[in-house]
Design a protein around this ligand. Sequence first.
Ligand SMILES: C[S@@+](CC[C@H](N)C(=O)[O-])C[C@H]1O[C@@H](n2cnc3c(N)ncnc32)[C@H](O)[C@@H]1O
Length: 434
Amino acid sequence: MKIFNVLTIFPSIFDSFFSYGVISKGISNRLIKINMVDIREYAFDKHKMTDDYQYGGGQGLVMKPEPIYEAVESVRLENDTHVILLDPRGRRFDQKKAEELSLYNNITFICGRYEGVDERIRSLVVDEELSLGDFILTGGELAAATMIDSIARLVPGVLGDDRSAEEESFTEGLLEFPHYTRPYEFKGLKVPEVLRSGDHEKIRKWRKKESIKITLQNRIDLLKDKALDSEAMDIIEQERVKMNKRAGLYTALLHYPMLDKQGDNVATAITNMDLHDISRSCKTFGVKKYYVVTPLEAQREIAGRVLKHWLQGYGAEYNSNRKEAFGITAIHSSLLESIADIEKMEGEKPVLVATSARKYPNTVSYREIAGITKDKPVLLLFGTGWGFSEDIIKEADYIAEPIYGAGDFNHLSVRSAVAIILDRINAFVQEDTL
Ligand SMILES: C[S@@+](CC[C@H](N)C(=O)[O-])C[C@H]1O[C@@H](n2cnc3c(N)ncnc32)[C@H](O)[C@@H]1O
């Protein structure tokens, strides 16, 4: 029989919880036992106090150490027990932990209240600290009940049919497939035909696929730590292609209105290196189009000649990689022209994200930019000269966070900034999609 001791100042909270379902059956079948220990019974002062003010001041009471210590000692007198302190500071409880704890015969939970327990309890009696999740409860009782519930159902015999525990979410490192029962049709929604086919292999495959799809959608983190078989890898690959359909990422290198050294608005000159290097970075990181923007016709004409050489002239023959990179590059006379081009392709205007070496109130992180690309096209604006004039900064929806290196110096060439920023956004996109 597995014994759960629960140390609490409110033992009756648990009364109804353990009186229902498989847990109650497990108790009456003597597979598990819940032993409530009222901490107050171990408070030996005349007022039976279990809490007190905290040293150092501050709001909130703290649970006194003596009653908890004595209560644990009373349990230990009878049995060897594994003592768990329920605390948001603890490691997060999960199915793996439930499986690990199901191997102990005797477990003791300490339920805190108020600001928690006196710190010395941790070193004196606690074997491990567990949290139910990243939120604060008013007491450890719900956490204890939850953990007992999930550990108890792993005790052989408690569930009746032991296989049902083997097929749950998390057991295989995946979320569970959808279940259906009668009626066959409900509110116009029918049970998937495969489940009525009687073909066990087909059903197994369908369930595995659905299970992977749900995990990809809701808990991609679970898949990252899982050793996958080739069948699962194939399913993930197919689903990944479907899920990866993000809106496009675009870049524009603006040459007007830019600041000069004196802070005046000027048009800067297009450089050959910015044409080549930025096209290559953009192609590498899957940017759909790279716009080189200048209102000066003579400048557009020079840039156009460079592009033509690599796209159609001898350059295309000499270096086909460069041709590929320049294939996404376009020369435009204004930012409005680039925005209209994107709108034509995507069916909506892009979110404008300017890049800057300075922070602004609407500065966003690279993770946030990667998040935006899930739903909307994003046009990253890069500047030349001494950076953007305030007009562009005002027009942008967001400003990308500045790139910092080892110290204060962050005067990168725009070519380097493009490569670094695209790499950072790409890292977060990858993280989101496996
Ligand atoms: C109001 S909480 C104390 C929170 C504590 N001051 C902190 O900020 O970490 C009171 C008690 O509820 C329990 N508790 C609260 N949140 C919990 C969680 N996420 N997991 C496990 N126990 C929790 C603990 O036993 C805790 O001592």
